[in-house]
Design a protein around this ligand. Sequence first.
Ligand SMILES: Nc1nc2c(ncn2[C@@H]2O[C@H](COP(=O)(O)OP(=O)(O)OP(=O)(O)O)[C@@H](O)[C@H]2O)c(=O)[nH]1
Ligand SMILES: [Mg+2]
Length: 197
Amino acid sequence: MRVAGGRALLRGAELRVPGGAKHGMCLLLGATGVGKTLLVKRLQEVSSRDGKGDLGEPPPTRPTVGTNLTDIVAQRKITIRELGGCMGPIWSSYYGNCRSLLFVMDASDPTQLSASCVQLLGLLSAEQLAEASVLILFNKIDLPCYMSTEEMKSLIRLPDIIACAKQNITTAEISAREGTGLAGVLAWLQATHRAND
Ligand SMILES: Nc1nc2c(ncn2[C@@H]2O[C@H](COP(=O)(O)OP(=O)(O)OP(=O)(O)O)[C@@H](O)[C@H]2O)c(=O)[nH]1
Ligand SMILES: [Mg+2]
C-alpha cells in the first residue's frame, strides 16, 4: 500500500520510512480536523518571513490520508512529519527516530477532548517516544468559547499526566488560522532540535 504520494511504503507488516532526518524527526500528531496541516503550512510561512508581515487568509486543507513531510528552515532544517488523524491505528509505525512530538488538540471542541486525551496517554507510554520532547498545542483559540489552557489542563488532569510521564512536556495555546503563538512553536522546535545534536 502506498501512502501519501508514495513517500512511505507498506509491505505486509514491514513499514519502510524513507527520509529520516539525521538529527531526528518531529512528529505532528492529533485527532482528525484539529488543524495539523494548517499548522505546518503556517509554520513554513512564519519561518520563511522571519515573523514579519501578515499571514493573510488561511490556505485550504484537506484531511490527510497518509503522511505529509515538510521541512521547516528556522536556523536549521527540521523535518516535520504529519500523520493524518485517520492513520491513528498505524501511528506507532512512525515512532522511530522521533526527537520531538507536536501533539495538537482542538481547544474549541469539548466533545473531542477525552478521545484526544486517550491518544496522548498512548503516545506518552510508547517506549520509542520515551526520549522525545513533547509540545502539546491547544489550537483554534481564535474561535468563540474556546477553552483556556487552565481549563484544558484541569479537564484532562494534565499535572497528573506530566508527573507520570518520562518526557519533557510543554504546552502552548495557538491559532494556526491567525498565527497566534506560532513564533513560540518555532522557537521550541529550534531549541529542542539544537539540544538533541
Ligand atoms: N478557526 C480555526 N480553524 C482552524 C484552525 N486550525 C485549523 N483550522 C481549520 O480546521 C480544519 C481542519 O484543519 P486541518 O489542518 O486539515 O486538520 P488536520 O488535523 O490536518 O486533520 P487530518 O489531516 O484529517 O488529521 C480546516 O478547515 C482548517 O482551516 C485554527 O486555529 N482556527
Ligand atoms: Mg492533515
